[in-house]
Ligand binder design. Structure first.
Ligand SMILES: [Zn+2]
Length: 159
C-alpha cells in the first residue's frame, strides 16, 4: 500500500486567518494609458494582477490594517514627474501612483517604496520625511516579494 504524506489541511477559515492582512483591504488599480494585458519584462502576468498582489503582500508583510488603497498606473514619467507618489486620502485609505516606464524590478521597488510610506502613515512612524527607510527597504523587499508572492502560493502558479 502506498504511503501518503498529509499536508496541513487548508481550510477557508485557516486561509482567512493566515492571510487576513493580504485579503482584507480593498485594492483598486486604475490605468492611465496603460493598455489591458500590459506586462513588464519577462513577467507573464498583467500589470494589474502584479500591482494588486504587491500591495496586498506589503499589507501582509507589515501586518498592517488598511481599509483601501487605490493605485494609478501611468505610462510616461513626464505625466507626473516622478516614479511614484503616495498620500493619505483619509484614515485607513491611501492613494498611490506608479510609472510603468521602468524595468520590472524597478517598478516593483517603486511600488514597495510607496507601500513603505503607507506603513509610515498607518503606524504614524516617520523618521524625517521617511525617504531613508523607503530607499533602504525597497529592493530588499522587492526581492523578498519575488520569492514569497502569496499569489503564487494561493494559485499554485510556482515561479
Ligand atoms: Zn518616497
Amino acid at each position: 500500500m502506498d504511503e501518503y504524506v498529509f499536508k496541513k489541511a487548508l481550510t477557508m477559515s485557516g486561509i482567512k486567518n493566515e492571510y487576513h492582512y493580504y485579503i482584507s483591504p480593498t485594492v483598486n488599480v486604475w490605468r492611465e494609458n496603460v493598455p489591458e494585458g500590459f506586462t513588464l519584462g519577462m513577467h507573464p502576468l498583467d500589470i494589474t494582477v502584479i500591482t494588486e498582489d504587491i500591495v496586498r503582500w506589503c499589507c501582509h508583510h507589515f501586518e498592517m490594517e488598511v481599509d483601501g488603497i487605490n493605485v494609478t498606473l501611468h505610462d510616461e514619467y513626464k505625466d507626473k514627474d516622478c516614479w511614484g507618489q503616495c498620500w493619505e486620502k483619509g484614515s485607513g485609505f491611501y492613494g498611490i501612483t506608479v510609472c510603468t516606464a521602468q524595468s520590472f524590478r524597478n517598478f516593483v521597488a517603486t511600488l514597495i517604496h510607496e507601500m513603505v510610506h503607507v506603513k509610515q502613515y498607518v503606524l504614524d512612524d516617520w523618521d524625517g520625511d521617511g525617504e531613508e527607510e523607503c530607499e533602504k527597504k525597497q529592493y530588499v523587499l522587492a526581492d523578498m516579494w519575488w520569492n514569497q508572492s502569496v499569489y503564487d502560493e494561493l494559485t499554485g502558479k510556482g515561479n
